[in-house]
Design a protein around this ligand. Structure first.
Ligand code: ATR
Length: 259
């Protein structure tokens, strides 16, 4: 069995280590590699996939939408998000799935059942997550128009971008932007004042982000991006192999790597 994660740039992916840990634990002899694919190579990569030289791939930035025209069908969550992070075989069909949203929703459900959520960001990651959230979702994005468009599409509400937004109406606040990731590791998207919310960041490198460090310093509960990363990978692994992987083992391997 041969799997790969494709993206550009791809040098720091933790997916190979995680999937290979699970392959080994399941007694499967296989490998999981990283392929740095240039935009003009995407089509030939899919042709190679079609000759079954690869049994499945994960897709990361910037190809989550670009891969869609090359696939035979999409799972409903991938169609809704307009983004694919997992491609697997179902018989002779190449199927696109989006396990980012369900991965995050499962991670969140393990911590709270609160239903008043502020989502910061309206890009591909937010589009995967928003339809999976229970209850009422408010979307805030640097480009306000995008927040409004995404809110309309998913039947939710948008608020104007402001780092001093009133946080009192929310039980859960989720950062889905790249603010907090290199090279912006000392930045945060909002000021955490007057809130008791659970603060979540989908970024897992670094763990914790500055936003989560500030939340902890203010006595707030936090959810970092590691469990979401592990759960989205677990759902991909199940589609690839039919095996349910050990989540705790995966989380342990990734947290150790991020120390
Ligand atoms: P992803 O798939 O990771 O969501 P994306 O689709 O490129 O990537 O979306 C990036 C998100 O981060 C967007 O919501 C973007 O806001 P814009 O729509 O205004 O571009 C947000 N983002 C990126 N850099 C940002 C910054 N410096 N400040 C605020 N938001 C930022």
């Amino acid at each position: 069995m041969h799997f790969a994660v494709i993206g550009h740039p791809i040098a720091h992916s933790l997916s190979p280590m995680l999937h290979e840990t699970w392959l080994k634990a399941a007694g499967l002899f296989g490998c999981y590699t990283m392929v740095d694919v240039e935009a003009e190579e995407l089509e030939s990569l899919v042709l190679q996939l079609r000759t079954r030289q690869l049994d499945g791939i994960n897709v990361t930035i910037p190809y989550k939408s670009a891969i869609i025209p090359f696939l035979d069908r999409l799972e409903p969550a991938a169609a809704r998000a307009g983004a694919v992070n997992t491609v697997y075989w179902d018989g002779d069909d190449l199927v696109g799935a989006n396990t980012d949203g369900t991965g995050f929703a499962r991670a969140l459900a393990s911590r709270t059942n609160a239903e008043r959520t502020l989502v910061i960001g309206a890009g591909g990651a937010a589009r995967g997550i928003i339809p999976m959230l229970p209850g009422h979702v408010t979307i805030m994005n640097r480009t306000n128009q995008t927040a409004e468009r995404v809110a309309d599409e998913f039947g939710q509400h948008a608020v104007a971008w402001s780092r001093t937004i009133d946080l009192t109406p929310y039980d859960v606040i989720i950062n889905t932007t790249s603010v907090g990731m290199a090279p912006q590791i000392e930045e945060t998207p909002i000021d955490l004042t007057a809130t008791t919310a659970l603060i979540c960041d989908i970024i897992y490198r670094p763990t914790p982000t500055r936003l989560l460090r500030e939340a902890t310093a203010s006595g707030l509960d936090t959810l970092d991006g590691v469990l979401m990363f592990v759960l989205q990978a677990a759902e991909a692994f199940e589609r690839f192999t039919g095996h349910k992987p050990d989540i705790a083992l995966g989380e342990q391997v990734i947290r150790k790597q991020l120390e």
